[in-house]
Design a protein around this ligand. Sequence first.
Ligand code: FES
Length: 79
Amino acid sequence: MPLLKVNGKQVEVNERVSIAAMLMNLGLAARKSVGGEMRGPLCGMGICFECRVTVDGVAHVRGCQLMVREGMEMWTDEG
Ligand code: FES
């Protein structure tokens, strides 16, 4: 099982899942709306952009389009 960091905390996650699915399994939202509401994956296929997170320093990565891998570091708006 890959080890990675989410919001500065080391977590062990399932293999072969998307970042969006992993965040849902951890009970985390991906981002905040301009009104401050927590948001998470909606479409799961790269269209809605509600799953955006920062991955390895790259902002606005769509979590539903990228699989988890060992050593990744990501930040959500909850972090
Ligand atoms: S869930 Fe819609 S773009 Fe990722």
